[in-house]
Design a protein around this ligand. Structure first.
Ligand code: TGC
Length: 387
């Protein structure tokens, strides 16, 4: 973190030594491993597979889970790690989210003991990769309308349907697949090597270019009866995993915002126009001040939600407040930072356009701005206005 931003706003005194240690580990990984190639990887659409085991060795995968092999860290520690990873690139916070908050959380919350012992330690080490197949090509906002089905055939289940925007699916070993059954929505653990399972990387993305999102086809994929996640009945199953991922985004998006503010401060003090540093002008200072105010509010909200989560008191409505605010304000900060950088701001010499492009995805996945707005509208009025 730049020293000027740190002096203006630091939450260090509100964090425990353990939380600060997690943050330092993540900051070091982000700085030493992700950042040196972040721009090039974004341009090349290159996913660095070697980081997966490194993230596992650092304890970041499923780090908030208490299961065997997982670090059992607190919610704030996890949030701080998301913050630091996303300050480098949203793609790596997304990786940790999909693996830990979605796939591993689903197994931890709803799995048989044997499913947990088979998958969770290996996933925590980064030896096995998971994905979370909920969203379908017809749209992600209304999972209740999903077309994917699972039907009983003897002791087995046969799953048929299509999924889209599934992070990591093409490199995953195991997919958590959500499907309609005659008893409502259920979750299944599907090894991606199962006949009929196909994952194809989605190309042509101008956002999240160094991370992997896929189309998935489930062509009568046959899995044994014990592939079902016994604890998940209905949509509250996948939604409770989405809560975990959305919580990580509350912290993560503010990390991307921080990176943009740091660059903007640096530019403001080093770039001269009309014979003086642009940061000596009132217009630039007003922009920087507004960015700082929103960043401070966003981080304090994330910390507040983290403490609520640690006390088991965090509600989905509060998560919607955080997800909506963090991503919306991070995008606004990125746009303002770009104006301070002038024309150079559109180049890959600076991380701002990369963050801005990535945040457009973050704004849409895990519940769009519009969905979270309507969740809040429903909480305030008691009236659902989704349809
Ligand atoms: P409704 O159908 O009425 O409720 C179904 C059940 O779910 C419960 N529920 C929740 N439970 C826990 N946490 C939440 N946040 C929950 N929200 C709803 C609800 O209580 C009910 O339970 P039960 O026991 O009565 O059956 O749904 P709703 O009217 O409450 O919600 C409507 C709406 C629009 C809020 C919901 O459909 C929604 O959140 N939509 C957005 C879904 C979304 O975020 N999709 C994007 C997922 S991202 C993705 O799939 C890609 S993964 C990332 C990657 O791979 O890269």
């Amino acid at each position: 973190m730049s020293s000027r931003l740190h002096e203006a706003f630091s939450i260090d005194h509100l964090l425990t030594d353990e939380e600060l240690a997690w943050r330092e580990k993540a900051r070091a990984f982000a700085t030493e491993r992700i950042l040196p190639t972040a721009e090039q990887d974004f341009e090349d659409k290159y996913f660095r597979t070697e980081f997966v085991a490194e993230l596992g060795a650092l304890g970041f995968l499923g780090m908030h889970l208490k299961d065997d092999g997982c670090a059992g860290a607190g919610a704030v520690s996890y949030g701080l790690v998301c913050h630091e990873l996303e300050a480098a690139d949203s793609g790596w916070r997304t990786f940790v989210s999909v693996q830990g908050s979605l796939a591993m959380s689903a197994i931890s919350k709803f799995g048989f003991d044997e499913q947990k012992s088979t998958w969770l330690p290996a996933m925590a080490r980064g030896e096995k990769i998971g994905c979370f197949a909920l969203t379908e090509p017809t749209g992600g906002s209304d999972p209740a309308a999903m077309d994917t089905t699972a039907r009983r055939v003897g002791d087995d289940w046969v799953i048929a349907g299509r999924k889209r925007w599934i992070g990591l699916a093409a490199i995953a070993d195991i997919a958590v697949v959500w499907a309609n059954t005659d008893e409502g929505v259920r979750g299944f653990l599907v090894p991606t090597s199962t006949a009929g399972f196909t994952a194809t990387k989605i190309d042509g993305k101008l956002s999240m270019r160094s991370s992997i999102q896929c189309d998935v086809v489930l062509d009568d994929v046959r899995v044994p009866g014990e592939a079902i996640l016994p604890g998940a009945h209905g949509l509250s199953g996948p939604f409770s995993c989405l809560n975990e991922a959305r919580y990580g985004i509350v912290w993560g998006a503010m990390g991307a915002a921080r990176s943009c503010i740091e660059v903007a401060i640096d530019r403001s003090t080093s770039r001269e126009v009309f014979g003086k540093p642009i940061g000596a002008t009132q217009l630039i200072q007003a922009k920087l001040a507004d960015m700082l105010v929103e960043y401070e509010k966003g981080v304090l909200l994330a910390l507040h939600l983290g403490r609520l989560k640690e006390n088991g008191a965090l509600t989905p409505t509060q998560i919607s407040v955080g997800k909506l605010n963090s991503v919306r304000e991070a995008l606004a900060i990125a746009r303002e930072a770009r104006t301070i950088l002038g024309g150079d701001g559109i180049t890959s010499e600076f991380p701002v356009m990369r963050h801005m492009a990535n945040l457009e995805s973050v704004r849409t996945y895990e519940g769009t701005d519009e969905i979270h707005t309507l969740v809040l509208g429903r909480a305030l009025t008691g009236l659902a206005a989704f349809a």
